[in-house]
Design a protein around this ligand. Sequence first.
Ligand code: NAD
Ligand code: DAU
Length: 352
Amino acid sequence: MILVTGGAGFIGGNFVLDWLSVPSNEGVINLDKLTYAGNLATLASLKDDPHHIFVHGDIGDKELVAKLLKEHQPRAIVNFAAESHVDRSIHGSAEFVNTNIVGTFNLLECAREYWNELDGSAKKVFRFHHVSTDEVYGSLSATDSAFTETNSYEPNSPYSASKAASDHLVRAWFHTYGFPVVTTNCSNNYGPYHFPEKLIPLAILNALNGKPLPIYGDGQQIRDWLYVGDHCSAIREVLDKGKLGETYNIGGWNEKANIDVVKTICAILDELKPLADGKSYVDQITYVKDRPGHDRRYAIDASKLERELGWRPFETFDTGIRKTVKWYLDNPVWIEGVVSGSYRDWLSKQYN
Ligand code: NAD
Ligand code: DAU
C-alpha cells in the first residue's frame, strides 16, 4: 500500500485516480479531512475498487495516523493534505498553520516512529514524499531567472509561509534523523476536478454563468502553468527514483500573464459554447482590487528533474487548457456538487 493524504482534493484526487489506473500499482489508503476543498465525487469511480481505502480524518490526529500506519504498513506516504488557497490564507491563517505546519509535523513524527520499527528491506524502501509549491521562493521580477532548487526561501503570503515551514520540517527530519524524505516544489496546476475558487476554474464557471471574470490588479502577474496529469507523473517519477533528502522543482515551462490565461479561456469558450447574442466572453472580464502582497511572477526551472530523472511535461498550455475547458463543459454534475452554499459564501466574502 501507499498512504496518500489529501487525496480527495484537486491534485491528490487526480493522483489517486492516475495511480489506481495502473493495475500493477499498489493500493491506496486515502486520508482526507474533507474540508470544503475535499470532494468524494472526484473519487466516485473508485467506489467499488478494493484497492482504494478512503479514511475520513485529519493528518493532525496522531492516534489515527499511527493506527493506519500500523494496520496497513504502507511503503510510502505522499503528503498532499493542505490548506491551499492564498486568498483564504489572507482572510484567516489559523487553519493554514494547523494543517500545513502542525499537521505535517504530526505526520512526520508518526511516520518516523513507524519507520523506526520497520525491518531491513521495508525500512530501506520506505519514503515520505512531501508535495510543496514554488510559492516558497517568493516573487520574481520580469528579468530574474526562473526558480531553481537552490533559490532561498522568501515566502510572502500566510499560505506560502506555512508551506515553507513544512518544507523546513521535512528537510530537518532527513538531516537530523535520517528519515527518508523527498520534496517536490511545483508551479500552478490546472485541470479536471479543480475547485472553482482558483483562477482557471473560476473563470470558466463564471463565464458560463454570465458573471464577471475578476482580474486582480493589472492582470500582468505571471504564473507558470502545469497540467495536473503532468504533476502526477512527475510525483510518480520522484517517488520511484528521486534521491533521498533532495528537492525537485516541477514546472510546465508555461509562463503566462493572468489576463492572457483568462482571454485564452474566453476564446476557447467562444468556439465551443458560443453566446447566443454573438458577443465574446471577453466582455465579462472585470478588473478588481488587487490581492494584498500579490506575488508578481513565478517561474520554475525544472531542468534538474529532466536531467536526473528524465521527466518532461506531456501537455503544452494550449492542449492542457483546451482539455480542461472541455472537462468543465462535460461535467455539470461534479460542478453542481461543489458550488454549495459555503462556496457562494466564499465568493461574496472575497469579491463583494
Ligand atoms: P486542495 O485544496 O484542492 O486539496 C487539499 C485536500 O487536503 C482536500 O481534499 C482537503 O480536504 C485535504 N485536507 C486539508 N486539511 C487536511 C487535514 N488536516 N488532514 C487531512 N486532509 C486535509 O489542494 P491542491 O490544490 O490539490 O493541493 C495539494 C497539495 O499540492 C498542497 O499541499 C498544495 O500546497 C500543493 N500544491 C498545489 C498547487 C496548485 O496549483 N494547486 C501547486 C503546487 C503545490
Ligand atoms: O504556484 C503554486 C500555487 O498556485 C499553489 O501553491 C497554490 O496552492 C495554488 O492555489 C496556486 O496559487 P495562486 O495564488 O497562484 O493561484 P490562484 O488560482 O489563486 O491565482 C492565480 C493568479 O490569478 C494569481 O496571480 C491571482 C490571480 N487571480 C486569482 C483569482 C482567484 C485573479 O486575478 N483573480 C481571481 O479571482
